[in-house]
Design a protein around this ligand. Structure first.
Ligand code: HAM
Length: 435
């Protein structure tokens, strides 16, 4: 039997409903915040991700799916959305037509990681990238958008962990301080950190092996080396989070797993015990040099991405059910072959008018067809026997009220539409009365 590749999963129809709901929530919030959708390829030229040999993030150095196509081009399955979006932004000269581009994306990403709870090799991200402004207001807006998604899903106990990596001058100062500090503890560093010490000592702060050790806990903190302008950018972001009443915690060891960040970095974590170490629902930060590093002009950017799989498990564990049972407006039952044909024709008219309809195609018994209508949560069942057909009539049952009536065969669509509209008008009035 063929099986799916390790670290991947199938989304079966029942689960696809929750995915659909999640995606529509995300799209709605992006519209509210005035972010436009962008769709980029799931594979890019490898240089988009492997920009230089100084890359030190695990994701870029160890986890990408790299391959050659039949013309020997080096390609990489995207491990994240930011680099591809920035590539598209530059290639399509989006900076020339718009001062600020606010973009969002939804789609699969690929990382060759050890599959475990909360970590797959193909997973889905929803992300936003705002390109064109270095204002701290935009960092705050991106975080606000992220927390709005969480709120809209009804998740509680969610924390924003935030830090600043400062500007280039701050990073250079801190780089030097960390190099001196960690050079003195070389005997205690893991193999990876020894390499990180040479290339980018900041990455040591992200190490899952050394993080419990004493020397690690006593490492110098970046906040003590910030330039005045970097400090004021960070203070601006925090002020806005306070103003917008967004809960956050400053985490001065937070550096994030990607090399392109500067200034604000943040993670949105879920306080869900079952999540264990993989508790980051999302994360992001500012990247003021990535556009330039990928061959574009010096244009700053800020963004974030959520793991959609993790958002869904968080909802499930928190008892927030995104699953809404599907329903039909009408289930048609034809009792003879001619009636079945007439049902299909009427059903098509109703479908063209936007009603959700279905009928049996397997030659099921009458009882089994009623059961099918029930399981499909049909609001109406239309039953057509050859007798009624000869008089151009059809029986229709309102499954909610159990009322049955006979109408003209050609009236099914207007009849059901009218009933549905009346019901939703009543529901609207009732809602108003309750308010
Ligand atoms: P990231 O932290 O690498 O950031 O990924 C963002 C989120 O994707 C994580 O918080 C997690 O929820 C989810 N995620 C990552 N790896 C996996 C995996 N193997 N399985 C399931 N979920 C996973 C980025 O990707 C940046 N591009 C975010 C960003 C956008 N920064 C600026 N703009």
């Amino acid at each position: 039997m063929l099986t799916k590749p390790k670290g991947t999963y199938d989304v079966l129809p029942k689960d696809a409903i929750a995915w659909d709901k999640l995606e529509s929530t995300i799209r709605k919030i992006c519209k509210i915040y005035h972010y436009d959708e962008i769709r980029t390829p799931i594979f890019e030229s490898s240089d988009t991700f492997h920009r230089n040999t100084a890359d030190t993030s695990d994701m870029v150095t160890k986890e990408t799916y790299d391959f050659k196509d039949r013309s020997d081009r080096a390609l990489t399955l995207r491990p994240e959305g930011t680099a591809g979006v920035v590539r598209a932004y530059i290639e399509n000269k989006m900076y020339a037509t718009s001062g600020l581009s606010k973009l969002y994306y939804i789609g699969p990403m690929f990382r060759y990681e050890r599959p475990q709870k909360g970590r797959s090799r193909q997973f889905h991200q929803f992300g936003v990238e705002a390109l064109g402004s270095n204002s701290y207001l935009l960092d705050a807006e991106v975080i606000a958008l992220g927390t709005s998604v969480i709120k809209a899903l009804g998740l509680k106990g969610v924390k924003v962990k935030i830090n600043s990596l400062g500007d280039t001058e701050t990073k250079e100062r801190y780089h030097q301080v960390l190099t001196e500090y960690f050079s003195k503890c070389q005997s205690e560093l893991c193999e990876d950190c020894l390499e990180r010490l040479q290339k980018n000592p900041l990455r040591i702060l992200d190490c899952k092996v050394d993080c419990g050790k004493e020397f690690f806990k006593n490492a110098p903190k970046i906040k003590d080396y910030m330039t005045e302008s970097a400090k004021s950018h960070f203070e601006g972001v925090l002020k806005m989070l306070d103003e917008m009443k967004i809960d956050y915690e400053i985490e001065d060891r937070l550096v994030r797993g990607l090399d392109y960040y500067c200034h604000t970095v943040f993670e949105i974590q879920a306080d869900i015990p079952e999540f264990g170490a993989q508790n980051a629902l999302g994360g992001g930060g500012r990247y003021d040099h990535l556009v330039h590093d990928l061959g574009g002009p010096e244009i700053p950017g800020v963004g974030m991405a959520f793991g959609m799989d993790r958002l869904l498990s968080a909802c499930q564990l928190a008892g927030k059910n995104l699953y809404q049972p599907p329903y039909l407006h009408i289930f048609f039952i034809g009792l003879g072959q001619a009636s079945k044909e007439a049902c299909l024709t009427q059903m098509n008219i109703c479908r063209l008018g936007g009603l959700y309809c279905d009928m049996d195609f397997l030659g099921k018994s009458l009882k089994a067809q009623f059961k099918q209508a029930d399981e499909a949560h049909a609001q109406f069942t239309c039953i057509l026997g050859d007798n009624e057909l000869s008089q151009f009539k059809i029986n229709i049952k309102n499954n909610l009220t159990e009322e049955q009536t006979t109408i003209s065969l050609y009236e099914v669509y207007p009849y059901v539409l009218n009933q549905i509209q009346q019901r939703s008008a009543c529901a609207g009035c009732k809602e108003k009365e309750e308010k």
